[in-house]
Ligand binder design. Structure first.
Ligand code: SAM
Length: 254
């Protein structure tokens, strides 16, 4: 009870999160898709559809050698992370992100969910090696953690020039990010609000923003059935990859 009250107070004193707070309240009155039985079904679906990383790249027509993010960059990031005083969410599949940005030579990338910034680091490193491109990241901090200052901490200064960090919830942060993108979006990485309703807000907007041949990547698709429903309803070309006991969904726009 006390935690709930402190959470409400945290939101009340931060007007830029009010819209998100109201949508969290509204969800309490909507159908709950995030039940344990749906999580079990989603896990089984992801597990049954999972293929190797290399087969996934092949299936989605992503050609070239996948080498992953180099160890020096990872070690540098680990040293920066050690300076953080707060515990934040774990990283996405940084090697997959790095490889996709490099192999597809993407220009504009949008991601949701930054935390320490491991996914941002992988994407920005690949963009800098490509010689061009921008990353638009949307992130709101964990409520009551006071971790704003450490969001993106693993990204070194020299990679920040092509990084636009929008410190807002997905709604309205994604729309704000899209309004800044010059040209089409080539790659989206979704790693923020993993609830069914959170995905129901973000996936359709991000998918619509993707250029033809663009790639959509979503973390933790085993949490609920949203990813499987999304690809099945629209008959999309997708792949699922297992990563550290969790599942990543990839969709290529044809
Ligand atoms: C799992 S972490 C992201 C990890 C990051 N992609 C990486 O690879 O290091 C999730 C992040 O999304 C943020 N987040 C959660 N819900 C959000 C929402 N509705 N809008 C924006 N950010 C959100 C969390 O505060 C956290 O910073």
């Amino acid at each position: 009870m006390l935690n709930k009250i402190l959470l409400i107070i945290w939101f009340i004193f931060r007007p830029k999160y009010h819209l998100h707070f109201f949508s969290l309240i509204k969800r309490k009155f909507l159908f709950n898709h995030d039940t344990p039985s749906n999580t079990k079904k989603a896990y089984e679906w992801a597990n049954a559809n999972a293929i190797s990383y290399y087969d996934a790249l092949k299936k989605l027509d992503i050609k070239g050698e996948a080498v992953g993010l180099d160890n020096n960059t990872i070690e540098e990031g680990q040293k920066l992370e050690a300076k953080s005083s707060t515990k934040m969410g774990g990283s996405g599949h940084i090697h997959l992100l790095y490889d996709c940005v490099k192999l597809l030579k993407v220009e504009n990338v949008i991601e949701t969910g930054v935390a320490y910034g491991w996914s941002s680091l992988a994407i920005l490193k690949a963009l800098s090696e490509n010689g061009s491109g921008k990353l638009y990241s949307v992130d709101m901090p964990y409520p009551r953690k006071n971790n704003e200052i450490d969001v993106g901490i693993v990204v070194p200064q020299n990679l920040k020039k092509n990084w636009i960090l929008i410190r807002k919830p997905d709604n309205p942060g994604i729309i704000n990010a899209l309004s800044k993108v010059d040209g089409g979006v080539d790659l989206c990485h979704y790693d923020s609000d993993k609830s069914w309703w959170g995905r129901d807000y973000a996936y359709p907007i991000l998918w619509k923003s993707l250029s033809s041949k663009g790639l959509f990547i979503s973390d933790d698709i085993q949490d609920n059935l949203y990813f499987s429903e999304f690809v099945n309803k629209r008959s999309l070309k997708f792949a699922v990859v297992e990563f550290e006991g969790k599942y990543i969904g990839l969709i290529r726009k044809i």
